[in-house]
Design a protein around this ligand. Structure first.
Ligand code: FES
Length: 408
């Protein structure tokens, strides 16, 4: 295919990909993305609800690495979930002493902040290994009621988490509802599905959520970059067409001309009034946007929906769906009523379940793309560029970016 030839001519340089290269079959234009089956390193990922982490260690897998999370004195710690003695998961252990976790097998005891072997209960104070062995630790933060873990590139220091969160969540007060849902399928398919222009109206044609929010059928999407996000913006083209056996399809409900000067228009929903001031102040050029490392944002006029596609391993991901409302006090009651009464079940449940099913059965590459897939190729271009910057900043090569020591 032409795309493959181009890549071969310019080794190391990803050509600009467009969806109109019908002959495309592989992912050679996006070499980093192609290799990121278990996720991109150099990012913070939400792992679980903060309230689920107690003094009892719990096991998780993130980007293919097994970790255990445990809370001590109010703070959450993350350690590699493998005792270096005989490989027993530390998440099966317990806290014999404050600030430590002990392996359940022979009582090797590790200091939580450093991962250092601080005592060996079955070999006494004279144990020669004490202080000389460590298990890897990971940086942890709590935001949005969740525990976030930094998966580093090689041995780099973590980037500040606030630089990686959606900016409107860093300094505004808000309430939220959401769910963590472990799912089958690669995280990249989940991410692409979330931003996929073509699937919204067709895959979700039977979703009850559509009774409340019409899904767009667009025929032309432009991708608009803004900061570290790319936005999917539909051109204002109104069409109706008959498809034999499928019926009449139209994008009429989503089509409208430019909003009047000074009003706000999210994704041509026609709702130019009653827009939340926080959402309005962000000046979103389109209602769907996507950012590394797989963070989808849907801006509705009065609330925001986020989807984080967290890599568990090459074949599983964690879907984290969050609905946020920038209100406080009694003003939050309508949001909670709406979330618990409808959104949680219809949107984060049935609607999102259709996505889960499709992600699980997707099998690509090889693939042949069509015009609306510009949303996918633009995301892959973005991830290539961002990750190239990321490993350059970390001062490593791609070959060493993923090699981290779990014991020392
Ligand atoms: Fe952990 Fe022996 S396997 S102490």
């Amino acid at each position: 295919p032409a795309a493959r030839k181009t890549a071969a001519k310019e080794p190391g340089k990803a050509p600009r990909a467009t969806a109109d290269k019908i002959g495309r079959q592989d992912w050679s234009s996006w070499p980093h993305y192609d290799k990121a089956a278990s996720g991109f390193r150099g990012y913070w990922y939400p792992v679980t609800w903060a309230s689920h982490i107690t003094g009892d260690p719990k096991p998780f897998t993130l980007c293919g690495e097994k970790i255990t999370l445990i809370r001590d004195n109010g703070k959450v710690y993350a350690l590699h979930n493998r005792c270096p003695h005989r490989g027993v998961p530390l998440s099966e252990g317990n806290q014999q002493f404050p600030g430590t976790v002990s392996c359940p097998y022979h009582g090797w005891t590790f200091d939580l902040p450093t991962g250092r072997l601080s005592a060996v209960i079955t070999d006494g104070p004279g144990c020669r290994l004490t202080g000389k062995l460590s298990v890897r630790t990971y940086a942890v933060e709590e935001r949005l009621g969740m525990v976030w873990v930094y998966m580093p590139i090689a041995e780099e220091e973590p980037h500040p988490i606030d630089e990686q969160l959606p900016e409107e969540l860093v300094s505004n007060a808000f309430v939220m509802g959401g769910r963590f849902d472990p799912r089958g399928g690669n995280w990249r398919f989940a991410c692409e599905n979330g931003f996929d222009e073509g699937h919204a109206k067709y895959l979700h044609r039977t979703a009850l959520w559509r009774l409340f929010k019409p899904m767009p059928t667009w025929n032309i999407t432009r991708i608009v970059p803004k900061g570290r996000w790319i936005y999917r913006v539909q051109d204002e083209v109104y069409w109706e067409a008959d498809f034999p056996g499928v019926g009449r399809w139209t994008n009429k409900r989503w089509w409208m001309k430019q909003p009047p000067e000074g009003t706000f228009n999210l994704g041509n929903t026609g709702k130019t009034d009653k827009v939340d001031p926080v959402i309005e102040s962000q000046d979103f050029p389109g209602f769907a946007s996507l950012s590394m490392p797989g963070m989808l944002r849907i801006a509705y006029p009065n609330f925001m929906h986020y989807e984080f596609y967290v890599p568990i391993d090459a074949d599983h991901h964690m879907y984290v769906g969050v609905m946020v409302n920038f209100k406080q006090g009694w003003d939050t009651l309508p949001f909670y009523a709406k979330y618990l009464g409808a959104v949680r079940w219809l949107f984060h449940g049935q609607f999102s379940g259709q996505d889960a099913w499709m992600v699980d059965v997707t099998d690509a590459p090889p693939e042949k793309l069509y015009r609306p897939d510009v949303s996918l190729t633009s995301w892959r271009n973005l991830s290539e560029e961002e990750y190239a910057k990321r490993i350059a900043a970390a001062g490593v090569t791609e070959a060493t970016a993923n090699s981290t020591e779990t014991e020392a």
